[in-house]
Design a binder for this molecule. Structure first.
Ligand SMILES: C[S@@+](CC[C@H](N)C(=O)[O-])C[C@H]1O[C@@H](n2cnc3c(N)ncnc32)[C@H](O)[C@@H]1O
Length: 560
């Protein structure tokens, strides 16, 4: 009953043979330069429709750049949670020997000067309630800055935002504005830090630095679409925010001076800092190097794709209706959308999940178009015994059960995340056996082999940075090796639970071959697994016809 996936496939390119051409810095005025004569008040709506507050006391609207609706609903959850301990003191695994590799700008000037290297462990008065109007941009800037400090300390952004939203003054509209500002700050943190380093004589205190990192992208310092506010409004509100908090009040003058200097010297400052790859691409240097090594031809597109806010893509539940019927329902509701996959529909504009027609009734789920390939590739038939080994929050579990009446066990090491599988299945009116256990162990298994196994293993999540722009700043280079070691153990263990002629689908949302293709190749050799046709590495793409995250798929059969 299942059809083959319809996304076109892109395989991993050949290894590097020459140094890739360094990209020229974008001209400063291509980034949405501030309008010099602008008044610190209302700006015509040139920003994307869903933008935050347009003037200091205006009400913030829906965020322009949500992570995903699911993240909006449940800010404490992210796909790489539970895969490693976090904290300010994070150690990398020992570095494996590496071959020399091309760098984008060997001649580039060094990053922030020595005085800008400091212990960023937050010393934040998070409980402090600033006396700011909750519908002001100042309130959104301070909330976003608080989250940025926490991310620098090692916390995932959704978790950090959940803490900020716990402030009773934070209205739903303020949440939207804070989230929008925080996600923009994450996508442009490399550039903002370089700008601050270029302008400030010494590194500012953590919350001051974070406030600047929240404000600069709103002034056209980055490539995140048109500047959403009048630049002078941002300066005024950033200064107000600084003055409202004990951790930043003393730096109020500095915030004012620095942001005003940015307005005056924007072009020259950007031309200068964009010489640094971290400022140009907004990723840590090791990440840029890893992308160049893995994708010598496509590394620029890969990095750029991670800096674009993702669309909202839905999966139509074909148990409840056809894709065409759902598109008709959307059209009747005046919601623009297009089909981008077998069951995938992309909305023209993001919206809250409960506003999506039929979402609460289980007609659709939120799921990236690339992730929707998993259930189709697994080729589950009615009556099969299926294991979804790293199942939470259950996106792929739901899809498998929408396509076949299977006896499915959903396993996840994290009981809290597993509860979300239950919620998602309840909404879809589907059922599975839920098990909270580690997939590299066997104590949870009843000894009956499975016909199909989905191993959507924990990974660096480097392929979904457009949804989770904080990942790049949270990950360390050594995480790749650590996670690849764990996923290798999981795969070898699950293989023992597969019946002869059964199929195992190995999935990651990683861009790094160590976690994906190299892992798949080594697994096949170790276990004498027959490799079947599957997409391999899908590079992230955002276009009219193809729009999906970076994912890896390898399909194996266990010969009888
Ligand atoms: C990429 S996410 C899975 C996404 C899910 N398949 C979906 O489509 O919604 C990886 C999951 O693996 C879980 N996980 C991490 N380590 C695990 C382990 N050792 N055993 C089982 N699950 C694990 C995490 O809690 C996380 O929910």
């Amino acid at each position: 009953m299942n059809k083959r996936p319809t996304l076109s496939l892109k395989s991993k390119p050949a290894p590097a043979t020459k140094k890739p051409a360094a990209r020229k810095p974008a001209p400063a005025n291509a980034t949405g330069a501030a309008k010099p004569a602008a008044k610190p008040a209302v700006k015509p709506s040139s920003a994307p429709a869903a933008k935050p507050a347009a003037k200091p006391a205006a009400k913030p609207a829906t965020p322009a750049t949500p992570a995903t609706p699911a993240a909006q609903q449940r800010p404490a959850s992210s796909p790489w949670e539970g895969t490693r301990a976090r904290g300010a003191e994070r150690k990398s695994a020992p570095r494996p020997a590496e071959p020399p590799r091309p760098r984008p700008r060997p001649e580039a000037p060094p990053g922030p000067r020595a005085s800008h290297h400091r212990d960023l462990k937050p010393r934040l008065q998070t409980e402090f309630q600033a006396e700011l109007k909750s519908d002001s941009l100042a309130f959104a800037l301070l909330g976003a800055a608080t989250a940025v400090v926490q991310v620098r300390g090692g916390m995932a952004l959704p978790q950090a935002l959940a803490g900020v939203f716990a402030n009773p003054a934070t209205t739903p509209q303020a949440r939207g504005a804070i989230q929008d500002v925080a996600y923009r700050a994450m996508r442009q943190l490399g550039r903002s830090d370089a700008l601050v380093a270029a302008m400030a004589p010494k590194a500012p205190d953590p919350l001051v630095g974070a406030l600047l990192a929240a404000a600069l992208p709103l002034m056209g310092a980055g490539e995140d679409g048109p500047a959403p506010y009048e630049a002078f409004t941002v300066v005024d509100q950033a200064v107000t925010a600084a003055g409202s908090h004990p951790d930043t009040a003393r730096a109020k003058g500095m915030v004012n001076a620095l942001l005003r200097r940015f307005l005056r010297e924007q072009q020259a400052l950007l031309a200068d800092v964009l010489q640094q790859p971290v400022a140009q691409w907004n990723y840590p240097q090791w990440w840029i190097d890893a992308a160049i090594t893995a994708y010598p031809q496509e590394w620029e597109q890969v990095l750029a794709a991670g800096n674009v806010a993702p669309p909202l893509t839905l999966r139509v539940n074909t148990r409840k209706g056809t894709v065409d019927a759902y598109l008709e329902l959307l059209a009747q509701a005046g919601i623009g959308a297009r089909r981008i996959g077998e069951h995938a529909v992309r909305l023209d504009k993001p919206m809250g999940v409960h506003l999506i027609p039929g979402f609460d009734a289980g007609l659709v789920s939120v799921q990236d178009a690339g992730a929707q390939l998993a259930a189709q590739l697994l080729d589950v038939q009615d009556g099969m015994r299926v294991l979804d080994a790293c199942a939470a929050p259950g996106g792929k579990t739901g899809h498998i059960l929408e396509l076949a009446d299977a006896d499915l066990t959903a396993l996840d090491v994290d009981p809290q995340r597993l509860a979300r599988v239950r919620e998602n299945l309840d909404r879809l009116q589907l059922s599975a056996t839920l098990q909270a256990a580690a997939a590299q162990g066997r104590e949870w298994w009843d000894g009956q082999p499975f016909d199909r196994i989905l191993a959507d293993v924990p990974c660096t999540a480097s392929g979904i940075v457009r949804r989770h722009p904080d990942i790049r700043w949270l990950r360390r280079k050594g995480d790749t090796l650590q996670l690849a070691t764990l996923s290798g153990q999981i795969l070898d263990n699950l293989w023992q639970m597969l019946r002869p002629n059964g199929k195992l689908l190995f999935v990651t949302c990683s861009l790094w071959p160590q976690e994906s293709e190299a892992q798949a190749a080594a697994f096949a050799v170790r276990n004498r697994a027959t490799r079947l046709d599957a997409p391999g590495q899908l590079l992230p793409a955002g276009g009219a016809e193809q729009d999906h995250d970076g994912l890896f798929y390898a399909l194996f059969r266990k010969d009888a």
